[in-house]
Design a protein. Structure first.
Ligand code: GLV
Length: 308
């Protein structure tokens, strides 16, 4: 029984050591040294090889090494191949840290103070109490729920929106297309952690920005495909939005000429909000392999119809 790993080689060494120590019955192989392909039961990957069916004829499960699976092009994978998202507590922790930093950066006007520092300008602006700042999260899955729980003690007025109805303590929840507008109308800071699907592609566009209170801030921690980048530039220059924190872009790495690099109202980071941590993710992956071996449903199994 073998598992083929196709992702970051440095983290791969740690995964390999963990498997050798705790699951010696599962042989670890690292791409591109796949050995006899017919022996490979499991693939753990960020991107799947194009000709997966031909290449790994006995593949039983595809484990994403990420929380999102849009990069895998699900439509091209064998229809009956289970695909599993990685619900790594280390990824969730990273998302919570980044979300807190991003919300506080917008809440405390850090983009403006950064510009002032560059201009050697010492000037204070009025401070808003957190209770007056309404933070809305788009997506109410595992990551979003932890993010909301992390933000709650800071005192923000919290809300969330998702395709289906949710109930979360201390969070006003909105659901579906019908309640999107009401949700947006009360978001001073909008944070996106939606999965990227056909329905959510380009959802952060000028039509959506126009429904936010004037001067709202935007945080995108989902995927670059959620944001229509020209629409963000338009909303920032008209004042409809006051600032944006972006961890993901349409094209990664961002090309040198991308207008976001030097934009005074944009804080941009290179897709680092969270990273898979082999030490915390190992137990999740191994637990799922054992569940599969026992014929049980795995944690994070993707609904191929929904795309997440
Ligand atoms: C990273 O982007 C992930 O989906 O885990």
């Amino acid at each position: 029984m073998a598992l083929l790993y196709k992702s970051d080689p440095v983290r791969g060494e740690r995964w390999k050591a963990l498997f050798a120590e705790h699951a010696p019955d599962i042989e670890w192989r690292a791409w591109p040294d796949i050995g006899d392909p017919s022996e490979i039961d499991y693939l753990a990957a960020w991107l799947a090889p194009d000709d997966l069916e031909q290449l790994l004829p006995n593949l039983k499960v595809l484990f994403a090494v990420s929380a999102g699976v849009d990069q895998l092009d699900l439509a091209r994978l064998p229809a009956d191949l289970p695909v599993v998202r990685l619900l790594d507590p280390g990824i969730t922790q990273g998302m919570c840290e980044y979300a807190t930093w991003a919300v506080l950066s917008l809440h405390r006007d850090m983009l403006r103070y950064r510009q002032q520092q560059t201009a050697r300008c010492w000037q204070a602006h009025r401070l808003q109490p957190a209770a007056n700042r309404r933070v809305g999260v788009m997506g109410l899955g595992a990551q979003a729920q932890q993010i909301l729980a992390t933000l709650a003690p800071l005192g923000f007025a919290l809300s969330g929106w998702a395709r289906s109805a949710h109930q979360l303590p201390g969070v006003t929840c909105y659901a579906g297309e019908a309640q999107l507008s009401a949700f947006l109308g009360q978001c001073d800071i909008l944070l996106c952690v939606l999965p990227l699907t056909e329905q959510t592609q380009g959802i952060l566009n000028s039509r959506l920005f126009d429904q936010l209170p004037q001067g709202a801030g935007l945080i995108n921690m989902g995927r670059g495909g959620h944001l229509v980048e020209e629409d963000l530039l338009g909303a920032l220059s008209s004042g409809q939005l006051s600032g944006a924190v972006l961890d993901v872009l349409q094209q990664e790495p961002a090309p040198a000429e991308h207008p976001f690099w030097g934009h005074p109202q944009i804080l941009m980071t290179p897709h680092i909000a969270a990273m898979t941590q082999p030490d915390s993710a190992f137990g999740v992956l191994l637990g799922n392999i054992r569940r599969f071996q026992r014929g049980e449903r795995m944690v994070g199994e993707v609904d191929r119809g929904k795309g997440y």
